[in-house]
Design a protein around this ligand. Structure first.
Ligand SMILES: NC(=O)c1ccc[n+]([C@@H]2O[C@H](COP(=O)([O-])OP(=O)(O)OC[C@H]3O[C@@H](n4cnc5c(N)ncnc54)[C@H](O)[C@@H]3O)[C@@H](O)[C@H]2O)c1
Ligand SMILES: N[C@@H](CCC=O)C(=O)O
Length: 483
């Protein structure tokens, strides 16, 4: 039954503290053995998993993502087929390349230096969000590829697709105990892992408040751990589209509609605030409104649906709360959409708001839903508007600039340097591809460790330098003293 019909698709047993602790014990014990499995063996397993995802289980994975997370066919294919497979193949490729590096041995007959790539003794907790099946797979399996053992806590609202991913990896040959699937209430899981001396790292993607809580708990417990836990957190955004007076109007309108409303704006990279010059606003407004009105919102299993329902009642309340706020505010005007209805599912119309105040909370807080707010700026205030983009929110995840003026584009790259970890020129702020646009942002958007990039797997490594000497250590003098 599609998610938007408000029916449970599967029932899972939720782990209590005792069970989480048992999983920690299993993982910690398994890690030692798993870390001895040669990398070449692990690469074969990852390759097999990617083959299974691309072949035998492709339809099942996509169906699970559609039914469980209300993604349309195309959005499911982008996520649980393409991106998930890319993570498995490219992380293995990047790690193969990285391990080619060996330190300098000046005279290999005297001394050989080498580096081996180990996991971290203990366990890694992978805590994943609802919105991408691929992100869950990456958070859990990239540390595992590196030789770690993992407790994977899926989101309550992505259980089905995450479970299918887990089963595929078992079939591909990831030994039991290496990745442990642990559905649990968030705080129960968070409290248990941060209280364990064996916690070696947290690989988190989700909201700022959840990551902040986990970081604080680790800080409070810092004296108890065997290792300093590694903390990776990819969090929220308030992503922008900045339109220069030289921009191509068609590109702006199409890119913005896709970025703001695909998957109901429930992408961390979705465009949520837009800055348009007065001179282009009439043309852009008209195109945005026409295109918005054409979007079909319905069942994700209907091929004609552009998007479906938002993920759950909590999201529905939060997003409709912003719409109600916009209706009441004298600074804000809803110019498109604005209706919502949860009688058959958590449906919210793609909504476009115009604001007089570029610092209104609707322009600064993450909404994570299909609400786009536009601020129309005077054409002679480009610099001031760029400054506003940089300073008005605490996030720095994605941003896009639309312009045909080359000189402006080069200066915008500098003026907006710190505003986004993923910066787009004449393209929408969403849709990063593994290996092509490594993903992540700084400031409160996260630790910017760039999932899908060449260094990500190494963040989970525990390299060991080895020096072997083949000659006798003849005395205690320094070498130059014998010359
Ligand atoms: N930057 C990125 O790469 C990226 C990608 C996807 C999503 N996101 C962000 O994720 C958020 C949406 O996802 P969400 O609603 O699933 O986020 P969330 O923070 O509500 O949940 C994320 C995960 O944390 C778990 N959790 C909740 N409380 C916990 C606790 N006390 N201890 C341990 N785990 C706990 C949840 O059950 C879930 O598995 C948005 O803010 C979005 O921007 C960021
Ligand atoms: N790769 C995705 C990441 C979105 C996060 O939720 C994108 O850029 O659209």
């Amino acid at each position: 039954m599609p998610h938007n019909h408000k029916k449970q698709v599967a029932k899972f047993y939720y782990a209590d503290t005792k069970l989480v602790n048992q999983a920690i014990q299993v993982a910690t014990e398994t890690q030692k053995k798993w870390d001895r499995t040669p990398l070449s063996e692990r690469f074969k397993i990852w390759d097999k998993a990617a083959d299974l995802m691309a072949g035998k289980y492709r339809a099942k994975l996509n169906a699970a993502t559609m039914l469980g997370q209300a993604k349309t066919t195309i959005q499911a294919e982008i996520d649980s087929a393409a991106e998930l497979i890319d993570f498995f193949r490219l992380n293995a490729y990047f790690l193969k390349e990285a391990t080619k590096y060996q330190p300098i041995s000046e005279n290999p007959r005297v001394t050989k230096n080498s580096m081996r790539y180990r996991g971290i003794d203990g366990f890694i907790a992978a805590v994943s969000p609802f919105n991408f099946t691929a992100i869950g797979g990456n958070l859990a399996y990239t540390p595992a590829l590196m030789g770690n053992a993992v407790l994977w806590k899926p989101s309550d609202t992505a259980l089905l697709s995450n479970w299918v991913t887990f089963k595929i990896c078992l079939e591909a040959g990831v030994p039991p105990g290496v990745v442990n699937f642990v559905p649990a209430d968030g705080p129960v899981f968070g409290d248990a892992i941060t209280a364990s001396p064996n916690l070696a790292g947290i690989n988190f993607t989700g909201s700022v408040p959840t990551f902040t809580r986990l970081w604080k708990q680790v800080g409070q417990n810092i004296g108890i751990y065997k290792n300093f836990p590694r903390l990776i957190g990819e969090c929220g955004g308030k992503n922008y589209h900045f339109v220069h007076p030289s921009a191509d109007v068609e590109t702006v309108a199409n890119g913005t509609i896709r970025s703001a409303f695909e998957f109901c704006g429930q992408k961390c990279s979705a465009c949520s605030r837009m800055y348009v010059p007065e001179s282009l606003w009439p043309a852009i407004k008209e195109k945005l409104l026409v295109k918005r009105a054409q979007l079909k919102i319905g069942d994700p299993t209907d091929y004609n649906s552009f998007t479906s329902a938002v993920i759950d009642d909590k999201a529905f309340k939060r997003i409709s709360g912003y719409i109600e706020y916009a209706k009441k505010s004298s600074n804000l005007e809803i110019i498109g959409g604005g209706k919502y209805d949860d009688s058959t599912g958590y449906f919210i119309e793609p909504t476009i708001v115009q604001t007089k105040d570029p610092k209104d909370k609707i322009m600064t807080e993450e909404i994570f839903g299909p609400v786009l707010t536009v601020y129309v700026y005077p054409d002679n205030q480009i610099k001031q508007t760029l400054e506003l983009i940089d300073t008005s929110t605490q996030f720095a995840l994605t941003g896009a600039v639309f312009a045909q003026d080359e000189a402006f584009l080069r200066s915008a790259l500098e003026d907006l340097k710190m505003t986004a970890g993923n910066f787009y020129i004449n393209d929408k702020s969403t849709g990063s591809v593994v290996g092509q646009q490594p993903f992540g942002g700084a400031r409160l958007s996260g630790t910017n460790d760039k999932a899908g990039g060449p260094h990500y797997a190494l963040r989970w490594g525990n390299p060991q330098s080895i020096k072997e000497t083949f000659v006798q250590l003849i005395d205690i003098d320094y070498p130059y003293m014998n010359q």
